[in-house]
Design a protein. Structure first.
Length: 277
């Protein structure tokens, strides 16, 4: 019976992954493309993915067994989520514009669908492809999902900056890449890593469904705060913009480093002990 259950989860994951990759591919194709924008997008993705592999391949909290499976599946799911997220975000933006709530923008609606899409993948990977012994073992999977999502999101941001920059495509691409690096290429890894811990608690049966909801809401709150800071930077007085951006950058990197080091510390402890982030 359990084998049937696992097979169902695996096939469900594969089908949803394939559908998501199709939507993501179409979304990327429909973006205005320039050679410079594509070059910077691919270059940034390669650098971040390579760094992620180096950071996660020997992560002590990874589930026992083949280490490339949870990392690879996480990266693939994150990438597949980026296309549907763009679709839902665009639809939500149009609705808010019609009801004169445009000021909510990405600070309000994008964290809901993005964190939901990502955490569903974490749950399917944890339940269908790996055997968790501790809740902390779900966190590296969440980090991988977040990186994959960022890899699919960056081309949209870079393409938009390239098109809007009136000086040159190169300046637009460089500025977009610098912004993405400074604001933290691992922001989504923090959000999904937090939500993934709730999934790990549920899968390891050390907590109830409310644990998943609680950690998902924390991820949503942190994501919303980050988006809100970016929104405020666009409307704040000149003397306040730099402080908002500075705070956004520092907090984002501090959270990313903390989550990574904390998950390594807990992952290195004895397996029979349960821990909380």
């Amino acid at each position: 019976m359990r084998q049937v259950h696992v097979s169902f989860l695996r096939w469900g994951f594969v089908i949803l992954l394939a559908a998501g990759l199709v939507v993501t591919t179409r979304s990327l194709i429909n973006d205005p493309r320039t050679a410079v924008g594509m070059t910077f997008s691919v270059g940034l993705a390669v650098i971040v993915l390579a760094l992620t592999w180096l950071l996660l391949r020997r992560h002590p909290a990874l589930p026992q067994g083949s280490r490339w499976v949870p990392i690879g599946l996480g990266l693939a799911w994150g990438l597949a989520c980026s296309g549907p997220a763009v679709f839902f975000n665009t639809a939500a933006s149009k609705i808010l514009d019609k009801v004169d709530l445009y000021w909510l923008e990405a600070a309000a609606y994008s964290p809901v669908n993005e964190e939901t899409l990502k955490v569903v993948g974490v749950a399917l990977i944890c339940a269908g492809f790996v055997k968790l012994h501790r809740a902390i073992e779900a966190v590296p999977i969440g980090i991988a999902v977040g990186v994959g999502f960022t890899a699919g999101e960056n081309p949209h941001f870079i393409a938009d900056r390239v098109i809007k920059d009136l000086d040159s495509d190169v300046i637009g691409a460089v500025s977009a890449t610098v912004i993405r690096i400074l604001t933290g290429p691992f922001g989504h890894s923090v959000y999904t890593g937090l939500a993934a811990f709730g999934v790990g608690v549920l899968v390891c049966r050390t907590g109830a469904l409310r644990s998943v909801l609680g950690w998902w809401f924390l991820a949503f709150a942190v994501h919303t705060a980050g988006n809100l800071a970016s929104t405020l930077a666009g409307i704040a007085p000149d003397d306040g913009v730099l402080w908002i951006i500075f705070g956004r950058v520092i907090v984002g990197w501090v959270l990313a480093v903390w989550l990574y080091l904390r998950s390594r510390k807990l992952g290195a402890r004895p397996a029979e002990r349960n821990h909380s982030l």
